[in-house]
Design a protein around this ligand. Structure first.
Ligand SMILES: Nc1ncnc2c1ncn2[C@@H]1O[C@H](COP(=O)(O)OP(=O)(O)OP(=O)(O)O)[C@@H](O)[C@H]1O
Ligand SMILES: [Mg+2]
Length: 327
């Protein structure tokens, strides 16, 4: 397992892009109860680095502390201890807000405003000139798939959950941010909506933006993220690129013909011969040497498919391991 200690920070000096998010032992204890005398430890000691241009996925079960970490990074709440930098400035520094976009987990959108009015309001907060607003708002509505919907007339209390999520996404991009935080961007979206959200994320990535997002939809994360981190019970349990975590190689299902059965068996312990004379089996990792050996034996490959652990399988293994270690 890759540990936090050896994953991102070890790479710090070898990356050619600067870190845009850097945290060191960030910790958050919420105080609750009437006298604020009860404590909830939400984030234990989070050290994390996200580099410019990366699409970074923060995963974790419900209550793991993902939203808490996002809010700490955005300066919405203050850490109990630890430090962090966002675009080179200490957490909470107001000057970076111009360069940041944020889609909250449950976006509170003023329901008596129309979608258009809400986007104008958001643009106004960034002091975006009306001339620019008139161009940008329709572009963003097009991007989030709301251009055919009457966003100028309909108040947002009449929008579906997925439509609100899309307005929330347009709002997050209104200032053309270089760093975008998305808390569960796929939440409430139908399959087409999820596909569109993935396309938006890929477009932002192609435009060189850094994207930091929380998600439970691991198949989507697997398709768009450069690196991921898994948070469980307030603790980062692993961080790395998908190749580092899932392996760039894995198990190959090989079907072939010819060659020496005895030698083949050494490579493919599960070797079976089919009635048509072909054989099949599974090979672990070192396919290059296997192919050389097969060529020397005069054998041939018919098909060879790689199957590696999915992010979902990996995630469940990690969470189960973490739960077992606590019992
Ligand atoms: N304002 C708050 N006051 C007290 N405790 C809180 C507060 N906000 C969050 N918590 C607690 O902190 C822990 C982490 O919550 P958080 O919302 O960060 O989790 P999450 O990983 O985003 O979960 P989900 O996937 O359900 O969105 C939970 O135990 C939660 O109850
Ligand atoms: Mg959350």
């Amino acid at each position: 397992m890759k540990s936090v200690a050896d994953a991102p920070d070890a790479l710090l000096n070898t990356r050619d892009t600067p870190p845009v998010v850097l945290t060191s032992e960030l910790r958050k204890v919420y105080r609750t109860g009437f006298w604020l005398n009860q404590k909830v430890l939400s984030l234990k000691s989070c050290s994390l680095t996200v580099y410019q241009g990366e699409t970074f996925g923060l995963l974790g079960p419900n209550g793991a502390g993902k939203t808490t970490l996002l809010k700490l990074l955005l300066g919405i709440i203050r850490p109990s201890s630890g430090r962090g930098l966002l675009l080179g400035k200490p957490l909470g520094d107001r000057s970076v807000k111009q360069c940041i976009g944020y889609l909250p987990e449950n976006p509170y959108l003023y329901e008596y405003l129309t979608g258009w009015e809400f986007l104008q309001l958001a643009a106004g907060l960034f002091q975006i000139p009306h001339r620019v607003q008139r161009q940008r708002i329709p572009q963003l509505l097009e991007l989030v798939g709301l251009s055919s919907f009457d966003t100028r007339k309909k108040q947002m209390r009449r929008y579906s959950k997925g439509m609100l999520q899309r307005v929330g996404m347009a709002q997050a991009l209104i200032n053309d941010p270089e760093l975008v935080f998305l808390d569960e961007p796929m939440s409430g979206l139908d399959p087409v909506g999820r596909y569109q959200m993935r396309e938006i994320i890929l477009k932002l990535k192609a435009a060189g933006k850094t994207i930091f997002f929380n998600s439970h939809i691991l198949s989507e994360v697997e398709q768009v993220c450069d690196r991921v981190a898994i948070l469980a019970q307030g603790e980062l349990i692993c961080t790395g690129s998908l190749n580092e975590l899932l392996g760039s190689s894995g198990t190959y299902h090989v079907k072939g013909q010819g060659g020496d059965g005895e030698i083949l068996k050494q490579w493919l312990p599960s070797l079976v011969f089919n009635s048509d004379g072909s054989w099949q089996g599974t090979l672990q990792d070192d396919y290059y040497d296997f192919l050389s050996s097969l060529r020397l034996m005069g054998g041939q490959i018919i098909t060879m498919n790689l199957s590696r652990t999915s992010l979902e399988e990996f995630f469940i293994q990690q969470i189960q391991q973490k739960n077992n270690s606590l019992h």
